[in-house]
Design a binder for this molecule. Structure first.
Ligand code: NDP
Length: 291
């Protein structure tokens, strides 16, 4: 038996459609949500992400602004750009594309964003709100993972969830969200002992490591739901391809459901960014938030 594929691409089209419909209703009241993305330097992968974000933001009917700053931008200049966007009422969401060049203090920049416009959910206030179960801006990648899990499994309460990876942008917020769903959550990382055994306990396994095909099928509990966040570019058979942190070919024989790479978590991340921008706009105008 092979696992059901969780089609993040199709799911993201649905989410973007719902966001677009809500945006159209707001437009009828003269309100247009707006997202500003700040990119410092010329990292090719970041440029692709920023371009895609801009395209999808406009397709959803929102305003989109891209600020491309040179790689040698000073901390002061970047902080001034963020302050200007904080003060602009047409801007409901601000995203500073990471990673920033090494000479810049990323934490200071992120914590300078108005928390109500922090659509990435990385501001320390939003981190604290999420951790205490209060209404927060939730980081887009884990939010997309949670939406796919809820869609497939319904109530997650009582399930054993294992998150491999403890980064601030994926692993930790993912664990908080799963705890919020009343899962029994284990967060594994590079110092975890007997990772294979830990993974085998998981009804829900989220892999956010950044190591190609690290998790083989025999680490997976039969029937488990596997969310593969990893995006790893490898050279194989003379060509470059993207693979996840899970060894898809062996995992698909054991899991109950699995996200492919590409076409799983990735597309949902941008869809959630649009959803967060819409939410921020509704909150700014005191309007009901999207479901
Ligand atoms: P980080 O490098 O920040 O974190 C990686 C985590 O994996 C760390 O907590 C690290 O542990 C852990 N780890 C590393 N090696 C091992 C190991 N051998 N065994 C167990 N744990 C290990 O990565 P990110 O969280 O930023 O990203 C993870 C992956 O997800 C990457 O492939 C990235 O490209 C992808 N990604 C995909 C997104 C999407 O939209 N689909 C969005 C964001 C990321 P320790 O803390 O001990 O060092």
């Amino acid at each position: 038996m092979t696992a059901e594929l969780i089609d993040g691409k199709a799911f993201s089209v649905r989410v973007r459609g719902l966001v677009g419909a809500h945006v159209a209703r707001l437009a009828a009241q003269g309100i247009v949500p707006g997202l500003a993305v700040v990119l410092v330097g010329e990292d090719p992968a970041s440029e692709v992400y920023v371009r895609n974000k801009g395209i999808q933001t406009r397709e959803a009917g929102m305003n989109s602004w891209e600020y491309k700053l040179p790689a040698d931008t000073s901390q002061e200049a970047l902080m001034a750009q963020v302050a200007a966007l904080n003060a602009d009422p047409a801007v409901h969401g601000i995203l500073v594309q990471l990673p920033l060049p090494k000479h810049l203090d990323s934490e200071a920049v992120i914590n300078a964003i108005d928390p109500s416009k922090d659509v990435d959910g990385f501001h320390i206030l939003n981190v604290g709100l999420l951790g205490t179960g209060q209404k927060a801006m939730v980081p887009c990648t884990p939010l997309g993972c949670l939406m796919m899990l809820r869609d497939r499994l319904g109530d997650l309460s009582g399930l054993n969830a294992v998150v491999v990876g403890r980064s601030n942008i994926v692993g930790k917020p993912m664990a908080q969200l799963l705890l919020g769903e009343s899962c029994t959550v284990t967060v594994a990382h590079s110092r975890t002992r007997d990772l294979a055994e830990v993974c085998r306990r998981a009804d829900i396994l989220v892999a956010a490591v950044g190591r190609p095909r690290m998790i083989p099928g025999d680490w997976i509990k039969p029937g488990a739901t596997v969310i593969d966040v990893g995006i790893n570019r490898i050279s194989e058979d003379g060509r470059t391809r993207l693979v996840g942190d899970v060894d898809f070919d062996s995992a698909v024989q054991v899991a109950g459901a699995i996200t492919p790479v590409p076409g799983g978590v990735g597309p949902m991340t941008i869809a959630c960014l649009l959803a967060n921008t819409l939410t921020a706009c509704c909150r700014a105008h005191g309007l009901p938030e999207p479901e």
